[in-house]
Design a protein around this ligand. Structure first.
Ligand SMILES: Cc1cc2nc3c(=O)[nH]c(=O)nc-3n(C[C@H](O)[C@H](O)[C@H](O)COP(=O)(O)OP(=O)(O)OC[C@H]3O[C@@H](n4cnc5c(N)ncnc54)[C@H](O)[C@@H]3O)c2cc1C
Length: 388
C-alpha cells in the first residue's frame, strides 16, 4: 500500500528497503543465534541517517516528518527488530526527549553524536519493582552542592550495556509521587554506574538488554533534563513517540510475514499443487494482508496527528495496540503457512514471532494501551484500582 506517499517519501522507502535487504537481513540470523549486539551495523544506521531522523538538521538529524520516520522504521522492522529497537530507543526515547526538553547546551552536546551513531543512548525508566506503574520509580536522586547523587536500579534497559548516555528517571521527593520525578542525563562512564547483560530472552536476541545499577552516581545540575518534577512528563512524551515507532516496526513484521508466506505458498507443493491454491491457506494469507494494511493505516493516522502538532497519545495507543497484537498474529500465521519449515531459522518467520512477542509488553503493555484508550472513551481512569 503506497497511498498518499510523496515522491520523496517513496524514494526514502526504496532506499531503506535496499539498505535493509542488502546490509541488515544477511547478518541477522548469526547475530540472533549468538545473542550478539551488532554495534557495527547499529552505527551504519547512523550513517544512513536513520538515528534521529525527525530531529532538527541543526542538531545532526534530518528534520523528517513522522510519516517518513515511520516508513524508515517499518523497513528496518521488516528486516530485524533488534536494529529497529536501536532506531526506536535512540531516536524516539533518547534524542526526542533531549530535543524537546533539553537546554541548548544539552542539545549541542549530545544530539549530533547520537544522530550520527558515534554514541548510543538508553532510556532508564523501568526498575525491578516498577514497570507499568512508572510513577512509582524508587531510584533516588538527592541534592548535593551543585548537583545530585543518584542511587538505584534499572531493569530491562535496551542498549544499556553499550550506551554512552543514560536517561535516568529518579525520585527527588518521595512524598510528591510522580510530581517528584526528575530525568537526568547520566554518562555511563560515571563512577558508581554499572551494567549487566540480560541473556536468555525469547526474542530480540540480537538486541542489547541490561540491568543498570547506580551506586551514588554524582551528576551536576546541568544533567537535569527539564525541571525537577517534570520527569514523569518527559517519560510520557518520550513514550508517545516510542510507542509510535514500535507500532511502525510491527507493520514491518506484518509485511515481512506476508512476503515470506506468499513466496513460500507459491513455491511449496502438496497434493500435486502449490499450497497457495488451497482456500484455507489463502484464508491465512488474507488475514495477514488485512492486519498489515489496517496496522499501517493506523500508524499513518497517528503520524498525521503528530505532524499536525496535535496531542496524539490516544491515536498512538490505538496504533501500538493494534500493530503489536497484529504482528504476533501475523507471524504466528506465517509459521502455520510454512508448516515445519517455519519452525526453524532457515526462514525469518519464527524470529518474527519471537521478536514480535515483546512488543505487546514494552513501552506499555497491551493492557495499559487499552486503559489509555478506555480512559479517553469514557472519561474514567481505570488505570489505578479504586482501593489504591
Ligand atoms: C526486551 C525488553 C526491553 C525493554 N527495554 C526497556 C527500556 O529500554 N527502557 C525501559 O525503561 N524499560 C524497558 N523495558 C521494560 C518494559 O517497558 C516493561 O517490561 C513494561 O513496561 C511492563 O512492565 P513490567 O515488566 O514490570 O510488567 P508489570 O507492570 O508488572 O505487568 C505485569 C502484568 O500486569 C498487567 N498490569 C499491570 N498494571 C495493570 C493495570 N493497571 N491494569 C491491568 N493490567 C495491569 C500488565 O499488563 C502485565 O500483563 C523492556 C522490556 C523488555 C522485555
Amino acid at each position: 500500500m503506497t497511498v498518499g506517499l510523496t515522491d520523496e517519501q517513496a524514494l526514502i522507502r526504496e532506499t531503506a528497503r535496499d539498505f535493509v535487504d542488502n546490509e541488515v537481513v544477511p547478518r541477522i540470523r548469526e547475530s540472533d543465534r549468538a545473542e550478539r549486539f551488532d554495534r557495527e551495523l547499529a552505527e551504519r544506521l547512523g550513517d544512513m541517517g536513520y538515528l534521529g531522523a525527525p530531529v532538527g538538521e541543526e542538531y545532526g538529524g534530518r528534520g523528517l516528518d513522522y510519516v517518513t520516520y515511520g516508513i524508515i522504521v517499518e523497513e528496518v522492522g521488516r528486516g530485524d527488530s533488534a536494529m529497529r529497537t536501536v532506531v526506536s530507543v535512540q531516536t524516539s526515547l533518547v534524542c526526542g526527549s533531549i530535543e524537546r526538553w533539553g537546554t541548548e547546551e544539552q542539545k549541542q552536546r549530545w544530539l549530533p553524536g547520537l544522530c550520527s551513531g558515534e554514541a548510543f543512548g538508553c532510556f532508564g525508566l523501568t526498575e525491578p519493582d516498577t514497570g507499568s506503574d512508572a510513577a512509582s520509580v524508587r531510584t533516588r536522586a538527592e541534592k548535593t552542592d551543585g548537583g545530585w547523587r543518584i542511587t538505584g536500579q534499572k531493569m530491562w534497559i535496551s542498549l544499556g550495556n553499550v550506551a554512552e548516555l543514560a536517561l535516568i528517571f529518579a525520585q527527588t521527593e518521595p512524598d510528591r509521587g510522580h510530581r517528584g520525578i526528575a530525568c537526568f542525563l547520566v554518562s555511563t562512564a560515571s563512577d558508581g554506574f554499572s551494567s549487566q547483560e540480560i541473556h536468555g530472552k525469547l526474542g530480540l536476541r540480537a538486541s542489547d538488554t541490561a540491568s543498570l545499577a547506580l551506586d551514588g552516581v554524582e551528576v551536576g545540575d546541568d544533567a537535569l533534563l527539564g525541571e525537577v518534577g517534570e520527569g514523569f512528563k518527559v517519560a510520557m512524551s518520550a513514550l508517545d513517540s516510542g510507542r509510535y515507532s514500535v507500532a511502525a516496526g510491527c507493520v514491518g513484521i506484518c509485511q515481512g510475514s506476508l512476503d515470506a508466506s506468499v513466496a513460500y505458498a507459491k513455491e511449496r507443493r502438496q497434493f500435486g499443487v502449490p499450497i497457495a491454491g488451497f482456500q484455507l491457506v489463502q484464508e491465512m494469507l488474507a488475514e495477514i494482508v488485512v492486519r498489515t494494511d489496517a496496522a499501517r493505516l493506523l500508524v499513518r493516522r497517528a503520524a498525521a496527528v503528530k505532524d499536525a502538532g496535535r496531542p496524539s497519545t490516544v491515536e498512538t495507543s490505538v496504533a501500538k495496540l493494534y500493530a503489536t497484537e497484529s504482528a504476533v498474529e501475523a507471524a504466528n500465521l506465517a509459521i502455520q503457512v510454512h508448516g515445519g519449515s517455519g519452525y526453524v531459522d532457515d526462514y525469518p518467520v519464527e524470529r518474527y514471532l519471537r521478536d514480535a512477542r515483546v512488543t505487546t509488553l514494552y513501552e506499555g503493555t497491551s493492557q495499559i494501551q487499552k486503559l489509555i484508550i478506555g480512559r479517553d472513551a469514557t472519561g474514567v481512569n481505570a488505570m489505578v484500582p479504586p482501593s489504591a
